[in-house]
Write a protein that binds this ligand. Structure first.
Ligand code: FAD
Length: 467
């Protein structure tokens, strides 16, 4: 270790936001030996009575788990999650059909947001070089000096200077405001027409009301409902629907009428009385997609998590991407020996294309989840991809698998997906023609040897694929 890197270790790093990404990032940065100060608007949620958050539970997958592993938290969090091996599609008639997420043994986990956040804060708290400052709301900061101003609940102001400011303050980031004033900063935000509303499905005789190890989906084309299991044997149902449809429903009777028409099997499980009441408890919440670049200002400030890339929740990757941000930043810190003047631009360079790719994919899945899963062609193509993946695990990898069960860079997963689609569609066309012409002839001449057949299929594919 040279002296410059040793001297940078004493640097003060301010993490703005003690949400999921901020709390995890504090652990990453503390582990490196920085002096870490976390500033969070809210009170300490570990002591608070009611925690108001966004969704009640979330799907944790490979990228998020890898990040947790870096700070020794994977086992603990996974043991408190509920594995979901497949989607369970509920048809209008109440029929349930599973669509696996990947191969046998591959699953995503339903985890409790509040509990995860609390555990991460407690973990950050175990580092002697970390200080958690609750009830500190970032008001403003200076890109020139690194001086930050915080507002306390009593209206008083506190100022503090840091060598590096890491903005993890979510989709409506106050840290990001400084970026918007600068030249050559790209920024876009889009609200989708849908809102979401959460409803609880209680246990039945102390047991889960539906099969627990699934992510339940009621796809209804222009809208949908999903349900994720919780440790207390409840399900959290989330209804995604255009705001104008939410607003059309004004009375308890209209709620029941609507559910009778579209989610009849869910009425007895949520309970008619609860449904009438809970639908009006909170208004539907908005969903925003935020894209920007670059993610840094000089060697002073960097944005991560939703502050850099809020995505719509339809790929279950928002938190996972934010957690992966922490790994990527950590890797770049290593590569450039913590020289922040080199680290920050490099972080923007490598991470922007990936976070933009997952934002686009999430937007794409917004349609896929509620509409495409109802289409025969879509299900057929999913099946073909899965079979091909089974036959040629290194050549054809379903997009969902790359995104959810690997750390393939998001933008590479997208490129590969486009290429695979071209190849598979071409292959399907060829096979259809070929099968019609040659298949019948061959079958008549000599009975098929399955192994040989598979080998020649593989050969043809490999040829198609390498073209
Ligand atoms: P946040 O969780 O928003 O945390 C930001 C923190 O900063 C908060 O604690 C806030 O109080 C604090 N803060 C804000 N402003 C200031 C300020 N001025 N000063 C100090 N502190 C401040 N992701 C998944 O991976 N899987 C899923 O299944 C999934 N499901 C979702 C479902 C829904 C309905 C929604 C809305 C999102 C879902 N997400 C999911 C996305 C996930 O919630 C986010 O990506 C994740 O919470 C981002 O974490 P964050 O720490 O960047 O931001």
């Amino acid at each position: 270790e040279d002296s410059t890197s040793r001297s940078t270790k004493k640097k003060v790093v301010a993490v703005v936001g003690g949400g999921l990404v901020g709390a995890l990032n504090a652990c990453f940065l503390a582990k490196r030996g920085f002096d870490v100060e976390v500033f969070e608007t809210r009170e300490d949620i570990r002591k608070a009575q009611i925690v108001r958050g966004r969704s009640i539970n979330l799907a944790l997958s490979h990228r998020g788990r890898q990040a947790l592993r870096h700070v020794g938290m994977e086992e603990k969090i996974v043991s408190q999650g509920i594995p979901m091996h497949a989607r369970m599609i509920h048809s209008l008639s109440g029929k349930q059909s599973p669509i696996p997420y990947g191969k046998k043994g591959q699953y995503i986990l339903s985890v409790d947001r509040a509990n995860l956040n609390k555990q991460l804060l407690s973990e950050a708290d175990t580092y002697p070089n970390t200080k958690l400052n609750f009830d500190h709301k970032l008001h403003d900061w200076s890109a020139e000096t690194g001086m930050m101003t915080f507002v306390r609940p009593d209206g008083s102001k506190v100022q503090l200077k840091a060598d590096l400011i890491v903005g993890c303050d979510g989709a409506f980031s106050a840290t990001r405001k400084q970026f918007l004033r600068r030249s050559r900063f790209n920024y876009s935000q889009t609200y989708i027409p849908h809102g979401y509303m959460e409803l609880t499905m209680p246990p039945v005789n102390g047991e889960f009301a539906m099969k627990p190890n699934y992510l339940h989906i009621w796809p209804r084309n222009t809208f949908m409902m999903i349900a994720l299991p919780n440790l207390d044997k409840t399900f959290t149902c989330t209804l995604f629907m255009p705001f104008e449809d939410f607003e059309k429903i004004a009375t308890g009777d209209e709620v029941i009428e609507f559910f009778q028409k579209y989610f009849p099997d869910a009425i007895p499980l949520i309970g008619e009385e609860a449904l009438r009441r809970d639908y009006f408890r909170l208004p539907a919440q908005a969903m925003v997609s935020v894209k920007c670049s670059p993610y840094h200002i000089h060697d002073k400030c960097v944005l991560m998590g939703d502050a850099a890339h809020a995505v719509v929740p339809f790929y279950g990757q928002g938190m996972n991407a934010g957690f992966e941000d922490c790994i990527v930043f950590d890797e770049v810190l290593d590569r450039f020996s913590e020289d922040l003047g080199a680290v920050l631009p490099e972080y923007s360079r490598v991470r922007v294309p990936d976070d933009h790719a997952i934002a686009d994919l999430a937007m794409y899945n917004y349609i896929e989840m509620r509409a495409h899963v109802n289409s025969k062609w879509f299900l057929f193509r999913k099946h073909v991809d899965n079979v091909l993946h089974f036959l040629m695990p290194k050549t054809i990898i379903p997009l969902y698998t790359m995104v959810t069960f690997t750390r393939t860079r998001y933008h590479e997963a997208v490129q590969r997906w486009h290429w695979q689609n071209k190849v598979v569609n071409r292959g399907l066309l060829l096979s259809a023609t070929g099968a019609a012409v040659g298949g019948s002839y061959l079958l008549l001449k000599n009975p098929p040897d399955v192994n040989k057949l598979l080998l020649s299929v593989e050969k043809i594919w490999t040829r198609l694929v390498t073209k």
